[in-house]
Ligand binder design. Structure first.
Ligand code: ADP
Ligand code: ZN
Length: 726
């Protein structure tokens, strides 16, 4: 067998190409250079040392703090035919001795050890007697006191290294902070340079943030779309975990709780069930996930706000390791901010400042209204250059149905001022709605001119309005634990009527959107996929292994889209190398053959499809419906009346419709709006200056004298005219 990195990737792992920096890292290690690798969770770090290990004549030692993961990795390696063994305190004596022997005899290519096991004299002695080519330090941030998971034993790795000058050292981590990175290099005595920092963008994760209104109902709605899929729901407290899990079980979902308050054995048991696809959903505190390598996690929900971007990113990183699309949903609840700050109280002043800054960065992400990948990657010091990722709520959402809520906004802002800019949205809503609760009476806020002038919106709707005032920069949230809302300077223009406020408003009984568009994998046969999945589960049970160790979901999806029946075709499937072909080809192909025969389906060539995230529209998009109805002859007023929306919404749908390249029947829109006639020139100028992608700047340039509706009509006419003359 020829042993090039490329042939090992293909023949052993069954993958077609290297991901970013894998090839470079492998070459560097093969040249026995000390190498630092920073890749996001799920980025593909393991292959960076596993492929060199296959090429080196001697042994590769892998130091890892996660005992539960080691066994999993060794299983996966054995499945592809790579001899690897593990030594740690959880291994039964006989197996331990056998594993030591395999290392001694040189039959094992990789040895996974816990740091404390590495430091034992007998391990040291063992290693002295073998040819050691590479020392791998996995989860290398554990070396740094600045990392989130410091392990004192990691500090002693440098000393161990000195006994093996011939071995290359590779350190891997998903921690992006430069401080931790330089700590790793210093502690391990790495020379300068030779570090590979991959992009932190995980393209297959759909990022979503929604206002938390009725989190339980919102979660249930979300889960309905993910029936039978594996996912994690993160909660703030143990109680919340228990309650949520109980409700989900009650509603018939396959869910279990997980938190540090449970027995160790219950926890292991729960984790094991999840890994083996015996339970779909784990409701957990952040204690869950460190030791999880499960590749088919399809969603991660943050029921409560995470502490900072770093932990958020770690947690969502557990979804979609198989590269198939996965959904990440974050509930943004303002009560949660208070809860998080409450714990700041116990910290020293300096710690509190750091924690506050981290929280602010997270809020900036959550309240950002452009592509979410920008603030997320920026936090990790990386630039996201595309303007539309196609995989976050802001990039995917249909144009929002904005309404003019200037008056309501003015009421809300006045009430914030009159109550002294110290209360939160709930309290303000109560005052506006004329509540007689004791706090209001104590403060005598029932005597304010803004008391009981806001019956037109429910408390929930006032809350939503408040969030949007914050998002658009009219209100600021105080950074104190019990702090409330205060006005930004911009708000004064709104109060004086110099500026308008446009926002989205939902009906009271309607939960806000939890999923913008359906994301799915293109064209695979779900029925076949389910059969293959069942078969995989049976095999896994027989072999006492987690199902994903046999084949990842991505491999099954690949099979269920190409229907490989010949061995040759089966070898082309993602994740099928020589060993897995030998072990599993026949069984899987038999199922596929039988299935194809019964349905009259033929094998497809693998060259023609791509397994990428694609948007699928389950419901037709609103602007498309509007555009088509208009083309069928409906007038703007009719469309507005029929859908109970404002004419300006109809117009904005039509703008979107033509912008996406559709044509509209001939119509003079300007005629319906004679007030446009003497403003054409100034509007045209403003558009010229600011471009026509966003109306806000044009609106501001014209000092709010021309409504958004008229601006949209102008724009629509312009595009339609251009289309017609083209
Ligand atoms: P990390 O350790 O960085 O979190 P892993 O090494 O576990 O990530 O890799 C994540 C997943 O991606 C694994 O299922 C792995 O087999 C797969 N993978 C790694 N490299 C490639 C590649 N070049 N092509 C396809 N899949 C890959
Ligand atoms: Zn985006």
């Amino acid at each position: 067998m020829s042993h090039t990195p490329q042939s090992i990737l293909k023949d052993i792992f069954g993958y077609k190409e290297f991901r970013q920096y894998q090839r470079e890292v492998i070459d560097s290690v093969l040249q026995k250079k000390d190498t630092l690798v920073v890749m996001p969770t799920g980025g593909g770090k393991s292959i960076c040392y596993q492929i060199p290990a296959m090429i080196f004549p001697g042994l590769t030692v892998v130091i890892s703090p996660l005992i539960s993961l080691m066994k999993d990795q060794v299983n996966q390696l054995n499945q592809v035919g790579i001899p690897a063994v593990v030594l740690n305190s959880s291994i039964p004596n006989r197996e331990y001795a056998k594993n030591m022997q395999q290392v001694e005899k040189g039959t094992a290519k990789l040895l996974y050890v816990a740091p404390e096991t590495l430091l034992l004299p007998r391990t040291q002695k063992l290693l002295q007697h073998v040819n050691l080519d590479c020392i791998t330090v996995d989860e290398a941030h554990c070396i740094s006191e600045w990392g989130h998971d410091f392990r004192p034993e990691y500090r002693q790795i440098a000393e161990v290294r000195q006994h093996f000058p011939q071995a290359a050292c590779i350190a891997l981590t998903a921690t992006a902070t430069p401080r931790v990175q330089s700590d790793i290099k210093n502690s391990l005595n790495f020379p300068a340079g030779n570090e590979y920092i991959a992009s932190f963008d995980r393209k297959n994760l759909l990022l979503q943030v929604v206002d938390k209104i009725n989190a339980m109902q919102q979660t249930l709605d979300f889960l309905k779309k993910h029936q039978g899929e594996a996912g994690i729901i993160y909660c703030f407290s143990r109680n919340q975990v228990d309650d949520t899990a109980a409700i989900l079980q009650d509603r018939g979902f396959s869910a279990l709780p997980y938190h540090a308050g449970m027995d160790a054995s219950d926890r292991t048991d729960t984790q094991e069930k999840f890994i083996r696809d015996d339970v779909d959903i784990i409701v957990a505190t952040v204690a869950f996930g460190m030791g999880i390598n499960k590749s088919n996690v399809r969603f991660v929900v943050h029921y409560d706000l995470p502490k900072n971007i770093e932990s958020y990113y770690q947690e969502i990183g557990r979804a979609g390791r198989d590269d198939l699309p996965a959904e990440c949903l974050l509930f943004l609840g303002f009560g949660d901010i208070r809860k998080i700050r409450f714990f700041f109280k116990e910290k020293s002043e300096k710690e509190r400042q750091i924690a506050e800054a981290q929280l602010q960065a997270l809020l900036r992400y959550a309240e950002f209204d452009g592509c979410r990948r920008k603030p997320l990657l920026k936090y990790f010091g990386q630039e996201y250059s595309k303007s539309d990722c196609g995989m976050c709520d802001n990039c995917c959402s249909d144009q929002k149905d904005l309404q003019d809520l200037t008056i309501q906004a003015q009421k809300f802002l006045s009430c914030v001022i009159r109550t002294g800019e110290i209360f939160g949205a709930n309290y303000i809503a109560d005052v506006l709605r004329g509540s007689k609760n004791r706090r209001i009476l104590n403060f005598r806020h029932n005597r304010l001119s803004t008391y009981d002038i806001g019956g037109e919106l429910t408390k929930k709707q006032w809350g939503l309005l408040s969030n949007q005032l914050v998002r658009q920069g009219f209100l600021l949230r105080s950074e104190e634990v019990n702090g409330g809302l205060r006005l930004a300077e911009k708000a004064l223009h709104l109060l004086r009527g110099e500026e308008k406020f446009q926002a989205e408003m939902v009906e009271d009984n309607q939960a806000p959107r939890t999923s913008i568009r359906e994301v799915d994998i293109s064209n695979y046969d779900r029925e076949l996929f389910d059969e293959l999945r069942k078969y995989r589960k049976r095999l896994a049970e027989q072999a006492n292994l987690p199902p994903y160790v046999i084949f990842s979901d991505k491999s099954l999806v690949d099979m269920a889209s190409c229907y490989p029946q010949s061995e040759e075709a089966f070898l082309m499937i993602h994740g099928v190398g020589e060993e897995k072909n030998k072990r599993y080809s026949q069984g899987f192909r038999q199922i596929i053959q039988r299935y194809c025969k019964s349905k009259g389906i033929e094998e497809k060539s693998t060259g023609h499809r791509r397994l990428t995230a694609q948007r699928r529209h389950k419901k037709p998009l609103k602007y498309m419906v509007t555009g088509e109805a208009f083309n069928e002859g409906k007038s703007i007023d009719q469309l507005a009346a029929q859908d109970n929306i404002q004419t300006q919404t109809v117009i904005s749908h039509l703008v979107r419709y033509v912008r996406e390249g559709n044509t509209l029947r001939h119509h003079n829109f300007r005629k319906d709006y004679p007030e446009l006639d003497n403003m054409n020139e100034s509007i045209a100028k403003a558009f010229e200056k600011h471009g026509d992608l966003r109306l806000g700047p044009v609106f501001a340039e014209l000092k709010g004298s021309i409504s958004y509706e008229l601006l949209n009509v102008f724009l629509l006419q312009q595009i339609v005219d251009a289309q017609e003359s083209a």
